[in-house]
Ligand binder design. Structure first.
Ligand SMILES: [Zn+2]
Ligand SMILES: [Zn+2]
Length: 129
């Protein structure tokens, strides 16, 4: 019995097993989405290039969390840019609190505010003069 070091490349037998296991999983999954087209349509919306690791429930939860975080971040940045553009100002313009727009939070509050993220600043919402 030989113990293989981690640096050893997988043998063809190991690669065959791995590919065979994946093929079996994919075949099973394809049969499922042929019966349930809505599952296939939902899956087509997912960018799996963001997935690190297996496509299991934990992997999907992690993808969901990342997608929601990114959506919220972009919503906050879009709101920031809209307010600044409407005020006719350039990127990095100062809020009435004196801090740059980029120093304000990148997550809209539930009541649609962008508070200043600078410590000790009491600014509750990004606003331009
Ligand atoms: Zn502010
Ligand atoms: Zn501030």
């Amino acid at each position: 019995m030989t113990s293989s070091r981690p640096a050893d490349p997988p043998t063809y037998a190991q690669q065959q097993l791995r590919a065979g296991t994946m093929a079996a999983g994919l075949r099973h999954f394809l049969q499922y989405i042929q019966r349930e087209p809505a599952v296939g349509q939902a899956l087509a919306l997912i960018d799996l290039s963001e997935l690190r690791g297996p496509l299991d429930e934990a992997g999907l939860q992690s993808l969901l969390h990342e997608a929601e975080t990114e959506r919220d971040r972009c919503a906050a940045l879009a709101e920031r840019d809209t307010r600044r553009t409407e005020a006719g100002l350039a990127h990095g313009a100062a809020c009435t609190c004196g801090h740059s727009d980029t120093l304000h939070t990148r997550h809209l509050t539930e009541d649609h505010r962008l508070p200043c993220a600078h410590p000790d600043c009491l600014c509750h919402d990004l606003a331009f003069v």
